[in-house]
Ligand binder design. Structure first.
Ligand SMILES: Cc1cc2nc3c(=O)[nH]c(=O)nc-3n(C[C@H](O)[C@H](O)[C@H](O)COP(=O)(O)OP(=O)(O)OC[C@H]3O[C@@H](n4cnc5c(N)ncnc54)[C@H](O)[C@@H]3O)c2cc1C
Length: 271
């Protein structure tokens, strides 16, 4: 295969920014187009950021691009799962019998921002934000975009186009809609959604509960989890059905019902 010089990446999430960095390090000319604003300048989490449970696989990728020492200070080791029952009793279940084996809690936005910084520092990598890919033409290897700022459309040419545009990939949709290739895919939607909450630090900046664990309140059809942050807080995520079960996102409509739900199911998580 000939070396393809100009690479266009659609999506600057974790995979797109890591890939841009790696390909940039290997001397390719890389352009990354992201539909959202630059997350280093604008808060785009919209209550759905969730820390990553970052394991050996992720660390291996960081080593490959040589930034493991910059990532390590962003990580909080989690040795196991801290299980919380309905009475508030806890039990730590270690991930491994070996003390040096653990997973890490890391801010998704923090890691993404670091990867973008590292990629952008390379002369041969360019990042473009607020540009939504609308279609990819595989025969011409062009991608068309809508610019949210100028409200105009434009088309970019490249030797190779790589889609890292997540679950609703436009690149995949273009394959499917063009019907020029033997291509099929299936997509299923979950009946559950998730909402991000917080356990704030104490007044002195300490963690309110055990720091080095992934806290979990398993309740069968739904659950609450909490992962530690560097500032002493925990990012808490409630996974719950949209409209099934006694409590669901459709009927948790008032502060009173939410409090009742938490008192019943997660009493020790309620402040
Ligand atoms: C609730 C939840 C919890 C998870 N927890 C973990 C965990 O603890 N540990 C772990 O390793 N993984 C976890 N994952 C999985 C992890 O989030 C994904 O594997 C990872 O985000 C995939 O990265 P990505 O870059 O491929 O896609 P994404 O992170 O989805 O990024 C895609 C990017 O493409 C952009 N984009 C989309 N469409 C377009 C377009 N048309 N034009 C331009 N840009 C576009 C998006 O704005 C986004 O920035 C979790 C996932 C979910 C949903």
């Amino acid at each position: 295969m000939n070396k393809k010089e100009n690479i266009l990446i659609v999506g600057a999430g974790l995979c797109g920014s890591l890939l841009a960095l790696r390909l940039g390090q290997r001397g390719y000319n890389v352009s990354v187009y992201e539909k959202r604003p630059d997350l280093r300048k604008v808060d785009i989490s919209a209550g759905k950021s969730i820390n990553l449970a970052f394991s050996n696989r992720g660390i291996k990728a960081m080593k490959m691009v040589g930034i493991q020492n910059k990532v390590k200070p962003l990580c909080i080791p989690m040795n196991g799962r801290m299980l919380h029952d309905k009475k508030g009793n806890t039990k730590l279940s270690n991930y491994s019998g070996r003390n040096h084996e653990y997973i890490n809690s890391i801010s998704r936005g923090g890691l993404n921002a670091l990867l973008l910084d590292e990629a952008e520092a390379l002369d041969n990598v360019s990042l473009f934000f607020n540009k939504k890919c609308k279609h990819v033409d595989f025969e011409k290897t062009t991608a068309s975009f809508y610019d949210y700022v100028t409200k105009s459309e434009f088309t970019e040419d490249a030797d190779v186009i790589i889609g890292t545009d997540g679950a609703g990939s436009i690149l995949r949709q273009s394959y499917y809609l063009e019907k020029k290739f033997l291509f099929s895919f299936s997509q299923n939607y979950l009946t559950h959604g998730y909402k991000e909450l917080s356990i704030l630090p104490t007044k002195t900046g300490d963690f309110k509960t055990y720091k080095n664990a992934l806290h979990i309140w398993p309740r069968g059809d739904f659950m609450l989890i909490a992962l530690p942050n560097l500032d002493g807080s925990f990012t808490v995520t409630l996974f719950l059905s949209h409209d099934e079960g006694e409590y669901n996102f459709s009927n948790l409509t008032t502060p009173e019902i939410v409090t009742e739900f938490f008192k019943k199911e997660f009493p020790d998580a309620l402040e």
